[in-house]
Design a protein around this ligand. Structure first.
Ligand SMILES: C[S@@+](CC[C@H](N)C(=O)[O-])C[C@H]1O[C@@H](n2cnc3c(N)ncnc32)[C@H](O)[C@@H]1O
Length: 319
């Protein structure tokens, strides 16, 4: 329900500063969620500024619509993935944008709703389906993928998206378990993880990395992020800013590498001695190191612990 959408915006001041917003700016919030960041952005861009908010989750958009309604026609909302940024901008007739924000991952609302399948706590494991789709229009849930993918593919997700020690062992255990009964609930998967004795080391619940891997696979999160960074840089006006908030090291690494590549220009493999791509820098990196949450924010919002903010500015003169 829109009214119960509680999500405290993470690194709010830092991301607003990073976006260097001015009155009259045209801004894209690519992950509008419950509209927390968007509401603050609208205050800064004033009555002549406009905001285009995207989200794949229809419940998030309903919550954002209710919260941002007082801003009237300055707000446009669209159920779309941020990887479709170029076509959404075209649809709305926006040629260039002054700022793009991507606040990645799941919202607190999504995490707290057991029926969405993002949560793997013991108390709700029996009633939580293996869903994990951020976009409910996607055809395949996590349960569907676990039923249809080959053991080799499941192992690749666990290794690449979860960086899970024991990926091979767990993929075999999943393959064996699904022969007797399909894995439908979080409990079904937790049992297999427990039996295979793979874990998250000292820092994580044993299932953390497994669920991370599945979520990334279900939503093609890294593919969508790579596309979105490219589309955002393409769409920014000279001097425009892109700010990305990520919540785990795979995402942050991807953001760091893509922004560095765009700041360097050349996209040739690092070992190649001479550049053959001919590309020139398109951005300047504003945050040489990722910005982390302050002690004060951490004391109020533990979710901010893993947050990393990176900002880049579009350079003039390069297509
Ligand atoms: C951390 S929340 C954003 C919270 C928001 N900044 C706020 O202040 O309320 C992330 C949101 O991104 C959405 N999301 C995830 N992947 C997406 C994608 N590929 N395209 C658009 N939205 C996406 C999720 O559905 C979720 O609502």
């Amino acid at each position: 329900m829109a009214g119960s959408f509680h999500h405290r915006p993470v690194l709010l001041r830092e991301s607003l500063d990073g976006l260097a917003l001015r009155p009259g700016h045209h801004v894209v919030d690519g992950t509008v969620g419950g509209g927390g960041h968007a509401e603050a952005i609208l205050r800064l861009i004033g009555p002549t500024g406009t905001l285009l908010g995207l989200d794949v989750d229809r419940e998030a958009l309903a919550a954002a619509a209710a919260r941002l309604a007082p801003n009237g026609e300055r707000v446009h909302l669209e159920q779309a993935s941020f990887r479709e940024l170029r076509s959404v901008l075209q649809k709305h007739g926006w040629m260039r944008v002054d700022a793009v924000l991507l606040d990645l991952g799941v919202s607190s609302r999504q995490l707290d709703a057991p029926e969405r399948g993002f949560r793997f706590s013991e108390e709700t494991a029996d009633v939580t389906p293996l869903d994990m789709r951020m976009d409910q229009r996607l055809p395949a849930t996590a349960a569907d993928l676990l039923a249809s993918a080959s053991a080799a593919e499941i192992e690749r997700w666990l290794r690449e998206y979860g960086e899970l020690p024991g990926a091979h062992r767990l993929a075999l255990a999943i393959d064996e378990a699904r022969r007797s009964a399909p894995l439908r609930s979080v409990r079904d998967l937790l049992r297999v993880v427990e039996r295979a004795r793979v874990g998250g080391g000292r820092r994580h619940h044993p299932a953390t990395l497994v669920f991370q891997a599945l979520r990334i696979a279900v939503n093609d999160e890294l593919g969508a992020l790579a596309d979105a960074i490219d589309a955002a840089i393409d769409s920014l006006a000279p001097g425009g800013r892109l700010a990305v908030l990520s919540y785990h090291s795979l995402e942050d690494r991807l953001v760091k590498q893509r922004l560095r590549a765009e700041a360097r220009g050349c996209v040739c493999p690092p070992r190649q001695p001479v550049c053959t791509c001919g590309r020139r820098p398109r951005v300047r990196i504003v945050t040489p190191r990722a910005v982390r949450a302050s002690v004060e924010e951490l004391s109020e919002n533990p979710r901010a612990r893993s947050a990393r903010l990176r900002v880049a500015e579009r350079l003039p003169g390069v297509a």
